[in-house]
Design a protein. Structure first.
Length: 120
């Protein structure tokens, strides 16, 4: 329950869902449980959502999760200093768009077949 985006669900509801899923799993022991448990949750999700209101979120649970804002450093965006000659070679090889030209890694089929020889 904690590995997905479920921090808005109160702890008592999480425990209730877990208890019911464990009891269903004990009843269905020896069969394909994943599908059975998912179907049980689909059928009973309205009953679980009635027991809590989304507006009444416990703020102590929200503070326990770290903020997931990515920190961007300027050092990663900084390119190495290139000389004029290095820049010229880079431009000639990649083109103005910064991408390799179309077909740069194509293989000549005729040349390849001449090197391998014929099978007959």
């Amino acid at each position: 329950m904690d590995s997905f985006y479920n921090h808005h669900i109160p702890l008592n509801v999480k425990e209730k869902i877990t208890e019911e899923l464990v009891s269903v799993a004990k009843d269905q022991l020896g069969s394909a449980l994943t599908f059975t448990l998912i179907e049980y949750l689909k059928e009973n999700h309205e009953r679980f959502t009635k027991s809590f209101a989304v507006d009444k979120v416990d703020t102590s649970q929200n503070n326990s999760f770290p903020s997931e804002t990515p920190s961007v450093s300027r050092k990663q965006n900084k390119l190495p200093q290139l000389s004029k000659n290095q820049k010229r070679k880079h431009l000639n090889r990649l083109g103005q768009s910064g991408e390799l030209p179309r077909g740069w890694n194509w293989i000549s089929v005729i040349k390849h077949l001449q090197q391998t020889g014929s099978a007959s």
